[in-house]
Write a protein that binds this ligand. Structure first.
Ligand code: FES
Length: 396
């Protein structure tokens, strides 16, 4: 066995050079305090509070989905990773709503000569406002928004370079971004296999774009799995344990993005395959479309409407809220501003103190801190009223 110290010597040489440069910088620095807050400036550039984005193109991504391309009017697009999302703010009637959209373009495209990012949106997704985007956002329109958000991305220090992506419906968007990044050589050494579940061939979102990336890059493989298309010659049915196993490699990282029902199905399949939790990364799991169907939901609340007293400073408003809707939705519908991003209980931005009343939360999927649970703080996007409730929210 031979041991080389060549790298160590290089490292030591590098450290000496940096130390010397630092000494010179100190010696030449002005004795006056710098009025600029460089750390703040950097933080604002990386993660601006609010930006303006102009839509520069809209094109079909499938018969029921569209891709919207945006440029920034603020001079730059903050750095983001494949899998992160942008939050747009909409004024619809009396309500101001913010909604998250996963970015389908690649990070390198936001750093190109003509920087842009894209979101691909499907119609009729109830917790978002896709139909509003479809009918009201056109080329030339300017939207308020901010990015990046989300913790669902590939991390080289933690994840394998063999990635098996499990996608359903519009959950393909983070993997479209990732496929483009891999094809552009930006995720060195990564091999991406995407198992993409759709009902029929016509439902496949970004079908042509996926095919083009797969053709251009041997490190990207796309496997369509169709559940109801008799003429389909590829994989059929759902993304089952058998299909996952067929396309897996030892110690690969699994990444999931798709509807809630599919998440529960895939999670079970991976457990049956004995995949350790550390190898399974998933995007935010959407709230159930109908909270009253969750096993254990208190039946006596079904169909009821409660009063929510919303406290902001010294102001109090009483608004109605159906048992079936989250407190955040009731607040937004009443035209009261509430900060939200993920809208599915993960980020904690809609966190607020419930002063009185009973609230329902999902039994096994709570992301609240233990202290919050004990002190009556809730994520209002994932909290449903079971009685009249009094809640204190921040003034915006
Ligand atoms: S908006 Fe993220 S937890 Fe509610």
């Amino acid at each position: 066995m031979s041991i080389s110290v060549h790298g160590l010597i290089k490292d030591a040489g590098g450290a000496t050079r940096v130390t010397k440069l630092r000494r010179e910088s100190y010696a030449n620095a002005s004795p006056l305090p710098d009025p600029k807050d460089h750390i703040r400036e950097l933080a604002d550039a990386l993660h601006p509070a609010e930006m303006k984005f102009r839509c520069i193109s809209v094109k079909d991504a499938s018969p029921s989905s569209k891709t919207f391309r945006f440029e920034s009017l603020d001079g730059h697009i903050p750095v983001f990773q494949c899998g992160q999302y942008v939050n747009f703010r909409f004024r619809i009637g009396e309500s101001t709503l913010s909604r998250p959209y996963s970015i389908s373009s690649a990070p390198y495209e936001a750093r190109s000569e003509k920087p842009f990012f894209e979101v691909t949106i499907r119609r009729n997704v109830p917790y978002l406002v896709p139909d509003y985007m479809f009918e009201n956002v056109h080329e030339g329109d300017v939207l308020d928004g901010t990015l990046p958000f989300g913790t669902f991305y590939w991390e080289p220090l933690r994840d394998s370079r063999e990635i098996v992506a499990l996608a359903g419906g519009s959950g393909i968007t983070p993997f479209m971004s990732m496929a483009r990044e891999v094809a552009n050589g930006k995720m060195k050494g990564c091999k991406l296999t995407v198992l993409y579940g759709s009902v029929k061939s016509d439902d496949i979102v970004l079908k042509d774009e996926l095919a083009a990336v797969e053709k251009a890059c041997s490190d990207v493989k796309i496997v369509h799995v169709l559940s109801d298309d008799p003429d389909w010659e590829g994989e059929k049915g759902f993304i089952s344990k058998e299909i996952i196993e067929k396309y897996s490699t030892p110690d690969c990282t699994y990444m999931f993005c798709g509807p809630r029902a599919m998440y529960l199905f895939v999670d079970k399949a991976l457990k049956e395959l004995g995949v350790e939790q550390r190898r399974f990364r998933h995007d935010v799991v959407n709230n159930p479309a109908d909270i009253t169907k969750v096993p254990g939901y208190p039946e006596e609340a079904i169909g009821k409407t409660f009063n929510i007293t919303v406290v902001r400073g010294i102001q109090e408003d009483i608004i109605p809220a159906k048992a079936e809707e989250s407190i955040a939705i009731a607040i937004e519908r009443a035209g009261i501003l509430l900060n939200t991003h993920c809208r599915n209980g993960e980020c904690g931005l809609c966190r607020a103190h419930v002063l009185s009343g009973a609230v329902y939360t999902l039994p096994d999927e709570e992301n609240r801190r233990r202290m919050d649970r004990e002190m009556g703080w809730y994520h209002l996007c994932s909290a449903w009223p079971l009685s009249d409730v009094k809640v204190k929210i921040p003034i915006m």
